[in-house]
Design a protein around this ligand. Structure first.
Ligand code: SF4
Length: 371
């Protein structure tokens, strides 16, 4: 079975400053955290808190809420107070909402340097107010709203332009002794995004929030984010992540967690090792894998379950897993920790696997074999 401690990640982490976003540390040696953003109207406090509760249940660790109006700013205090996870207020254009968010007890505030012209003479006050309550600021540069001056200088949102924008904004805060900062430089093209973060990582020690912006619908966005985050995290770059999908935010969280688990940056939980199926398959592997996956959803223990279509690789993989099935001749050989414990008819494979998985999970839990 899987060891309780995951095998090593691909590389050593870049050494970043550590900041505290409410109860969640970001940067330094803190684990890479998963964020998302609500899609409700923020001023609808109940709907927003309901969505935050769903995100929290899915494993989201930090949530961001948009704050485009005074009503939204007024709702921040109730949301920040009742949310189970730290709330970041996302603010464009309006310095007064930054002060409102700080007063409301938000765990951090995100500002966008592309929209910062209005902030010019306010940075000092913002830095002072944020420092006095110990609240960090995220400098969130976005290719779609890059400062006009930099657009003119670079012609488009190149990695250099994104990084210059972010570091310029940091310098405005640094002038006032404020360094409680994390940075994002998002772009919708994973290649530009990866290059931007690499450049940024080489130029500062602020913790970095990774994101491919406007990544698209679930399938495309999942792949773009996985590829880009994978490239960066495999080099040790990235302290917190947000997968952006044109899909419900809970899906973003699931994808984010899966990315971290795949890179061994977080202990893997349920893992279905299923074969792609081929002409030798003697059962419907897709259906079987989906049914087992659905039946075990939400399981927190690091359980590796093999679902194999035939007896070629089947028994081997099934034996390597905590639990598995190798199918053939309308039957399934069920393996637990490498031993065939029984052979069941095809119609009983799913329920038998689920039953055995529950037993192993209970055993693991009572042994305290995982954290
Ligand atoms: Fe094909 Fe069998 Fe391998 Fe599945 S386990 S891909 S059915 S050979």
């Amino acid at each position: 079975g899987l060891p309780a401690v995951p095998s090593r990640p691909l590389s050593v982490r870049r050494l970043s400053r550590r900041i505290e976003v409410g109860s969640v540390a970001v940067g330094g040696d803190a684990p890479v955290s998963v964020q998302s953003m609500t899609t409700t109207v923020t001023s609808d406090v109940n709907a927003t808190l309901q969505q935050i509760a769903e995100l929290t249940a899915a494993g989201c660790q930090i949530v961001r809420v948009a704050c485009p109006s005074q009503d939204d700013a007024d709702a921040l205090a109730a949301i920040a107070k009742k949310s189970q996870i730290p709330v970041i207020a996302d603010i464009h254009f309006q310095p007064k909402y930054v002060f409102a968010a700080l007063d409301a007890g938000c765990a951090a505030v995100r500002v966008n340097p592309g929209n910062i012209r209005q902030f010019d003479n306010k940075v000092k006050e913002i830095a002072k107010a944020a420092a006095s309550v110990g609240t960090p600021i995220r400098i969130g540069v976005n290719a779609g709203s890059l400062d006009r001056r930099l657009m003119e200088k670079y012609g488009k949102a190149t990695p250099e332009a994104l990084v210059e924008s972010a570091l310029w904004e940091c310098s405005l805060f640094e002038e006032h002794g404020f360094r409680d900062i994390k940075i994002s430089v998002k772009h919708n093209d994973p290649v530009v995004m990866v290059n931007a973060y690499r450049l940024l990582a080489s130029k500062c020690d602020y913790p970095l929030h990774l994101g491919v912006t406007e990544a698209g619908p679930a399938f495309q966005g999942t792949i773009k984010s996985a590829v880009a985050f994978g490239a960066l995290l495999s080099e040790g770059i990235g302290d917190t992540i947000r997968v952006s999908l044109s899909a419900p935010p809970v899906e973003e969280v699931k994808v984010g967690i899966q990315i971290l688990e795949s890179l061994n940056l977080r202990q893997r939980r349920l893992e279905i090792v299923s074969c792609p199926s081929c002409g030798r398959a003697q059962v419907d592997v897709y259906t079987l894998a989906n049914q087992v996956s659905a039946g075990l959803e939400g399981m927190e223990v690091p359980l590796r379950v093999a679902v194999m279509g035939c007896v070629v690789n089947g028994p081997g993989e099934a034996r390597e897993a905590d639990l598995g099935v190798a199918s053939g001749n309308g039957k399934g050989q069920i393996f637990v920790k490498g031993e065939v414990i029984k052979t069941v008819p095809e119609s009983k494979i799913v329920e038998t696997l689920i039953e055995e998985a529950m037993k192993i999970a209970e055993q693991m839990e009572s042994d305290g074999a995982f954290s």
